[in-house]
Design a protein around this ligand. Structure first.
Ligand SMILES: Nc1nc2c(ncn2[C@@H]2O[C@H](COP(=O)(O)OP(=O)(O)O)[C@@H](O)[C@H]2O)c(=O)[nH]1
Ligand SMILES: [Mg+2]
Length: 373
């Protein structure tokens, strides 16, 4: 488990004791200025997280996650995989097949560059390995897809010290706040003390939206008034995290693209403040990308990458698109790892991205993998 390193040695009772001590710390916090927004709801700390819906048994749990992934990818299965399987069933391997396949890949948002590359790989391998049947070629296709997905694959950074800090960036509506809520839930379930920072001070309702998540999950929130300086929120958040011995700090940010230059300057400033107050680099700067926006994802990554050093991608709303091929385009065309995928709106619908599991979920080879596990 992600937090084992930090919590492995601690007994439950010690954790509870620490929590109570922290309660007092918060109440006596001398830095809180009178006019300031309350920095959190002290009671929220001991509030219970929603009941774990997944089973306790790790194997069962894994199966549950896999099922969620499979059902989250249902549309892509229907729109993309079924088409590919149609093309690659009972056919001779010839140029016509390659062309149809290339078209199907492009239609599924794999991107022209990646689609052409994939089909070229298949042409070459079919020649070298003397593949004449389409079914065999399909196996090669899945192998090549996994190879692309593995190119930059990496899990979330392992925590080295606390607070483990994640900054979340992306355009409005990409799913930043939702992803933060899901992450907070997950870390809390793993026994970590989580603090959220409402850094989207620009968009009406954004602070409240994060607050709703914080309350639901039962974690603390640092917020200022709407319209205030997000760098000040970040400053307070890092220092609160240090003072309260928070394990995980997750910073929300604004995402308006219509004022691109300002936004990028603002993100850069928030990043510098966090870095300075932390005295080191952030652990993760996740770019949240909406899978349904297709090739836009690529340009968003480039734009945001100019403002802050992105460490990975959280690809949301995969459940909402029949064009899950965007995962391939991102993995192939960007020098960035897809670290998380969102496959729904529930707490558990955020998963670590694993190339093999993903390909298995798409191409229906679940039995094989799970039996091996
Ligand atoms: N179906 C689905 N909806 C999602 C997912 N992630 C986020 N959403 C929805 O996308 C919308 C925008 O999300 P929000 O977190 O507010 O985006 P933000 O503007 O980037 O903070 C909300 O209605 C979310 O419920 C996902 O993985 N699947
Ligand atoms: Mg938001």
């Amino acid at each position: 488990m992600f937090w084992k390193k930090l919590f492995g040695g601690k007994k439950e009772s010690e954790q509870v004791k620490e929590k109570v001590e922290l309660e007092q710390e918060v109440k006596e916090d001398p830095e809180e200025e009178p006019g300031e927004e309350p920095r959190d709801e002290p009671k929220g700390r001991l509030q219970k997280a929603p009941k774990e819906e997944l089973p306790e048994d790790p194997k069962e749990k894994e199966r549950g996650f896999f099922k969620r992934l499979v059902s989250g990818l249902e549309k892509t299965k229907q729109g993309f995989v079924d088409k590919v399987e149609g093309i690659m069933t009972g056919r001779k391997v010839d140029e016509e097949l390659f062309e149809e396949l290339e078209e199907a890949l492009i239609q599924a948002d794999c991107g022209v560059e990646t689609s052409v590359y994939l089909v070229d790989q298949l042409r070459e391998r079919s020649r070298a390995e003397k593949i004449t049947e389409s079914e065999k070629l399909k196996e090669v296709l899945v192998e090549e897809i996994v190879a692309i997905l593995q190119k930059n694959a990496a899990p979330l950074q392992t925590p080295q010290e606390t607070p483990y800090v994640i900054m979340v960036v992306g355009v409005n509506g990409a799913g930043k706040t939702t992803t933060i809520g899901k992450l907070a839930y997950r870390f809390k379930q793993e026994g970590a003390r989580v603090l959220l920072a409402a850094g989207d001070t620009f968009r009406a309702g954004a602070i409240e939206q994060l607050e709703v998540w914080a309350n639901r999950v039962g974690v603390d929130l640092i917020k200022h008034k709407e319209g205030s300086d997000p760098a000040a929120v970040a400053y307070d958040a890092v220092n609160a995290a240090k003072a309260r011995k928070t394990d995980v700090l997750i910073l929300d940010t604004a995402g308006r693209l219509q004022t691109k230059v300002n936004l990028m300057a603002e993100l850069g400033k928030v990043h510098r403040v966090v870095q300075r107050e932390l005295g080191r680099d952030l652990d993760e700067i996740l770019l949240v990308v909406d899978a349904t926006t297709g090739q836009n994802a690529i340009s968003q990554a480039k734009t945001f990458g100019e403002a802050v050093p992105i460490t990975g991608i959280a690809l949301t709303k995969l459940d909402g698109t029949a064009k899950g091929g965007i995962v391939l385009a991102i993995a192939n065309e960007l020098d960035l790892a897809v670290k998380l995928v969102g496959v729904g709106e529930q707490y558990e619908d955020l998963q670590d991205f694993d190339p093999n599991t993903f390909a298995n979920a798409l191409f229906g080879r679940q039995e094989k993998t799970l039996d091996k596990a």
